[in-house]
Design a protein. Structure first.
Length: 66
């Protein structure tokens, strides 16, 4: 499956939904916000939000600091 992630075209095997994509990228699901085709995906819907070839994904990773 080919996705555009943060402006970069990437190929993925076995990333059928947003939760699997976040895991495949090695990110902590609790520390990211995901947008799929210009719509924010609620964290509670990551596992239920299926991905399709050609989807445009934007991922923002939260970093704490002080």
């Amino acid at each position: 499956m080919n996705l555009t992630v943060n402006g970069e075209s990437r190929g993925f095997d076995g990333a059928p939904n947003v939760a699997a994509l976040v895991e495949a990228l090695g990110l902590d699901v609790r520390k990211v916000a995901v947008e799929r085709n210009l719509e924010i995906v609620p964290r509670s819907a990551y596992a239920a939000t299926n991905l399709s070839d050609g989807d445009r994904i934007e991922i923002v990773h939260f970093i704490g600091g002080g």
